[in-house]
Every structure is written in structure tokens, then in C-alpha cells.
Design a protein around this ligand. Structure first.
Ligand SMILES: *Cc1c(COP(=O)(O)O)cnc(C)c1O
Length: 377
């Protein structure tokens, strides 16, 4: 089956007892274990719940992995996966991973003795050079946020395989509809399901998928032991959101492809960052490893005042953090996602006070362009 069909025919399209078209919300904390013969699959809902299991099986099949795991947020998924490492282990991470991932690696896990070296992962040699005897893992995210840089997954994951590292890819921006890192050599995929998978800006949720059952057991030990699990109502929203991922992503990407060149041609815009745009330096790498360019783009105005003016005047985009919802969201990285990075470091990374990130929603793109035009004027 093609990717779009798998979103609907996911093994959980019909509930076998009643024939209902959908996964039931099993709202319970514990399960009657009957005669204690061990015949019942579930005992306690932190350890497992049928609603959660459905989502875990669905995401595993979409990412072509062995096991899926659901968490209470994207960062809970990431923190739990990182929990498989030990004090004294060394990780290599792309320097422009999601700010929250950066924060837990540099604060929480640092205190617990997990060492981390940041690299510019668009240059695979930097990964090669950072490998040490105690290096155990590689953490990547592509496209990156907020500058939509592309990491060459087959090359970088190949380096990790050769060195025996566990590779982790944050696939939030692309989703398995557009990119499947496990098929490209990754060991674990993580998601903020808050974004495109849920898709409606109404739930916080996270997912992880492992390539092998053995790695799955290690992630499960943290999921159950650490306990950052989601409740069944939130899981149900993600399961429902996933059913329309294809049409949402197709339409949102088509709009992004329409808006990006318009922005690029605008005299008030000095740069546009979007992997679907001709002239993006790594457009071809993205086309090899992903089935699309996604629906997030960013651009720079000529002055800080223009950027702030745009955010004040734009009507069809909420000025907010987050992305991947049906509604267009404009965010201002220097004051939002990247506010905690020291200004000099931000400047080095190209995250200036003229940079605006747009998550293109399902509005008519012509209306978005008209609105952006008045907001840039
Ligand atoms: C939002 C996001 C996260 C964190 O997810 P939450 O659901 O907010 O905890 C992780 N990675 C990326 C790429 C994100 O955009």
C-alpha cells in the first residue's frame, strides 16, 4: 500500500467487537487480572493501554519500524529515548536540533553524565571527526529549525552504522508521510505528535519508533519506568489527526510551494529558507531522502522593524510557537523557540531579529499572500 492508504488502513480501522470505525477510548487506570493466570494482556495503564497500543502500532507501521511508543509530549518521547544511554556515554547532536532537545541535553542529561558534542550536521565530516571511543549515539533532525537546513540522512546514518552508534532522528517536520528515517538507516525515530501528526493544534503528544525489537525493549523500559505516558483521550486525537495527514500535508505543502517564491520576489524580503525552493542549497539531497519539502518555511525581512511590523499586522496567521496545525502560524524565533540561545551564538547560527518562521496552514494560499502583502507593506 502507498503511504496515503496506510494512513487509513492501519490495522485499526475497525474495532473488532462492535464494528465501530475507530479506536475506542479505554479510560481506565487498571485492569482486572482475573485468576492471575497471566492470560490478560494488560495490568496497569502506565505499562500499557489498548488505546495507546493502537497508536503505537499505527506509528510503527507508518515508520516501518519494529515497535512504537507513545508519550505525553514530543520532548517526553525524546527525553525517554535519551534515557537508554548511561553516564559516561558520549552523543553527537546536530547543533540546530529543537531547542527543547538542546536544553535537556545541555542541562538535565549533562548533570547525569551524558556528554554531548554539537556539530553542523550538514557537513558529515564533522560527525566523523567528533566520534570518540565512548561515543554511543547520534541525534539528527532534518529539515532543521528555523533555517530549514537539510542533513544528508543516508550519509550521516551510514557513518553512525559504521561506528556502531545508535542513531536517532527527529522526524517531526516531515512525518512518515514524507520521510522515513528507519528506511534510510536510522535506529530510532522520534516525533512531536503535537505538530503535523495531530495536526489541529489541540493536543500535546509524542512518539518514538525503533527499528529493532531489542532497541524497543530498552525504550519500553524507560517508557514504563519513567512513566511519561499520554492519556487515552489525547492519543485518540492523534489517531484521528493521522487519518487526514495526507490531504493536510499535500495541501499545506502545495501552499508553501506557492508562497515561498512569492516571498522571495518581495522587495521587503532579503532571504527565504524552504527546501522546495529552487536555489535552496540542499534541495536535491532532500528530494532523494524525502517525498516532499513540507509546509514550514522561514524568511528574513530587511530590518527588525519590518519583522515586528509583519507580526503585528498579519491577520491570517497566529503569532505563536508551534507548527503543523491546520491554521497558519507565524513565529519569531529570537523571542520564542531560540530565546534562550546567547545572542552572539544565535547570530552565528543565522537566527537574526529579522527572521520569521511560517507554518503554512490550510487557508487559501491566495488569501495568505494578500495578507502577507499588507503585513509587509
Ligand atoms: C515541538 C517539537 C518538539 C517537542 O515536542 P512537544 O510536543 O512540544 O514536547 C520536538 N522536536 C521538534 C522538531 C518540534 O518541533
Amino acid at each position: 500500500m502507498n503511504r496515503g492508504t496506510l494512513l487509513i488502513h492501519n490495522g485499526h480501522e475497525t474495532e473488532p467487537l462492535s464494528g465501530a470505525l475507530g479506536v475506542p477510548i479505554i479510560q481506565t487506570s487498571t485492569f482486572d487480572q482475573g485468576d492471575l493466570s497471566g492470560q490478560r494482556e494488560y495490568d496497569y495503564a502506565r505499562s500499557g493501554n489498548p488505546t495507546r497500543k493502537a497508536l503505537e502500532e499505527i506509528i510503527a507501521s507508518l515508520e516501518k519500524g519494529a515497535q512504537g511508543y507513545a508519550f505525553g509530549s514530543g520532548i517526553a518521547a525524546i527525553a525517554s529515548v535519551l534515557g537508554i544511554f548511561s553516564a559516561g556515554d558520549h552523543l553527537i547532536a546536530a547543533e540546530d536540533i529543537y531547542g527543547g532537545s538542546w536544553r535537556i541535553l545541555n542541562t538535565f542529561y549533562k548533570r547525569w553524565g551524558l556528554e554531548m558534542t554539537p556539530v553542523d550536521a550538514t557537513d558529515p565530516d564533522q560527525i566523523r571527526r567528533a566520534i570518540k571511543p565512548n561515543t554511543k549515539g547520534l541525534f539528527l533532525e532534518t529539515p532543521s529549525n528555523p533555517l530549514l537546513k537539510i542533513t544528508n540522512l543516508p550519509v550521516c546514518l551510514g557513518i553512525a552504522q559504521e561506528a556502531g552508534l545508535i542513531s536517532i532522528v527527529d522526524n517531526t517536520f516531515m512525518t512518515p508521510y514524507l520521510q522515513r528515517p528507519l528506511e534510510l538507516g536510522a535506529d530510532i525515530v522520534v516525533h512531536s505528535a503535537t505538530k503535523f501528526l495531530g495536526g489541529h493544534s489541540d493536543v500535546i503528544s509524542g512518539l518514538a519508533v525503533t527499528k529493532t525489537e531489542a532497541l524497543g525493549k530498552r525504550v519500553y523500559a524507560v517508557q514504563n519506568g519513567f512513566g511519561a505516558v499520554p492519556g487515552p483521550w489525547d492519543i485518540w486525537l492523534v489517531i484521528r489527526g493521522l487519518k487526514t495527514l495526507k490531504v493536510r500535508m499535500d495541501a499545506q505543502e502545495a501552499s508553501a510551494r506557492h508562497i515561498a517564491p512569492w516571498l522571495k520576489a518581495h522587495e521587503g524580503v532579503s532571504a527565504v529558507f524552504y527546501p522546495g525552493l529552487p536555489g535552496h542549497p540542499d534541495r536535491e539531497i532532500n528530494e532523494v531522502q524525502a517525498a516532499g519539502a513540507g509546509a514550514v518555511l522561514s524568511f528574513k525581512t530587511r530590518t527588525r522593524e519590518q519583522a515586528l511590523g509583519f507580526l503585528a499586522k498579519v491577520k491570517l496567521a497566529a503569532t505563536a510557537v508551534s507548527l503543523g496545525g491546520v491554521e497558519t502560524i507565524a513565529s519569531y524565533p529570537v523571542k520564542m523557540s531560540h530565546a534562550s540561545i546567547p545572542p552572539a551564538e544565535r547570530e552565528r547560527l543565522g537566527i537574526t531579529d529579522t527572521l520569521i518562521r511560517i507554518s503554512v496552514g490550510l487557508e487559501d494560499p491566495e488569501d495568505l499572500i494578500a495578507d502577507f502583502a499588507q503585513a509587509l507593506a
